[in-house]
Ligand binder design. Structure first.
Ligand code: NAD
Length: 261
């Protein structure tokens, strides 16, 4: 068993479920202490317990709504107090939000998706920088093929806008932070089996665009179905570790060729 994260502290946002959970487990199993930022719920407590069963004390859950600046700032400070440093940040929390034609989308609907997906990414990175600066580090941001390579999810305009925005943010941050040896990379998963559909609110029946029958919506030529959270966790661990020490500002698609269809 490799120990790429021995002595490292990692913050994972949206760590209670899906991709964040798998990445937290992966990095903790390779030696990391992980701060689990999520809305405090049963799933987050279960993730904390699951990791502490692997290595006692390796995980701590923090009640952090990533769109709330004060909570993020406090969570980051408490993480550094508890574990002694900060080395890797996985800014991953996200919601699908309201799915509707643009003319039916209210400003509040739009704003909620911006708050979590874009403001949350900005705030997580902003408050981590002072600590990462001390010895360098790695930031990984979860975007999506939606809004970057794929535009067929009708009604997901707010979501796709945030996912395109995260790519721009990551590239700006990579340039700005290179002088501190802080790397910033952005990953664009295709369909991954998680709980994200629970964060989807459809306003009405939406006309879906027609997709060729041999490749139904969400299918991936490589996997004949959605990818797994472990597939993504392996990429995140690579980007968080020294193995990727010369990779920054990269946008990495992980979708089994879904977005080429
Ligand atoms: P998920 O719903 O299983 O997990 C997301 C977690 O984020 C949940 O535990 C949720 O409680 C948490 N969260 C939501 N709002 C939050 C907030 N304001 N503050 C803190 N935590 C919050 O979903 P997932 O699929 O694992 O999604 C993770 C990321 O992956 C998202 O950014 C999503 O856009 C992206 N993504 C997912 C897919 C997919 O098909 N599942 C594809 C591409 C990109």
């Amino acid at each position: 068993n490799r120990q790429r994260f021995e002595g490292k502290t990692v913050i994972v946002t949206g760590a209670g479920s899906g991709i964040g959970k798998a990445a937290a487990i992966k990095m903790a199993s390779e030696g990391a202490n992980v701060a689990l930022f999520d809305l405090l719920n049963d799933r987050t407590s279960e993730t904390e317990a699951e990791i502490n069963a692997i290595r006692p004390g390796a995980a701590r859950a923090f009640d952090v709504d990533t769109s709330d600046a004060a909570r993020v700032e406090k969570g980051v400070l408490e993480t550094v107090e508890l574990f002694g440093s900060l080395d890797v940040v996985f800014a991953n929390a996200g919601i699908n939000g309201v799915v509707a034609p643009i003319e039916e989308l209210t400003l509040e609907d739009w704003q909620q998706t911006m708050d979590v997906n874009l403001n949350g990414t900005f705030l997580t990175v902003k408050y981590a920088i002072p600590h990462l600066k001390k010895q360098g580090g790695s930031i990984i941001i979860t975007s999506s093929i939606n809004g970057n390579r794929r535009f067929s999810s009708f009604g997901m305009t707010a979501y796709s806008t945030t996912k395109a925005g995260q790519v721009g943010f990551a590239k700006m941050a990579a340039l700005e932070l290179a002088k501190y040896k802080i790397r910033v990379n952005v990953i664009c998963p295709g369909a991954i089996a998680t709980n994200i559909d629970q964060s989807t609110h459809k306003k009405d029946e939406l006309k879906e665009i027609v997709i060729p029958v041999e490749f139904p919506e969400g299918s991936q030529p490589l996997a004949e179905g959605p990818g797994t959270t472990e597939n993504v966790a392996d990429l995140v661990a690579f980007l968080g570790s020294a193995e990727s020490c010369h990779i920054t500002g990269a946008q990495i698609i992980i979708d089994g060729a879904e977005s080429l269809l």
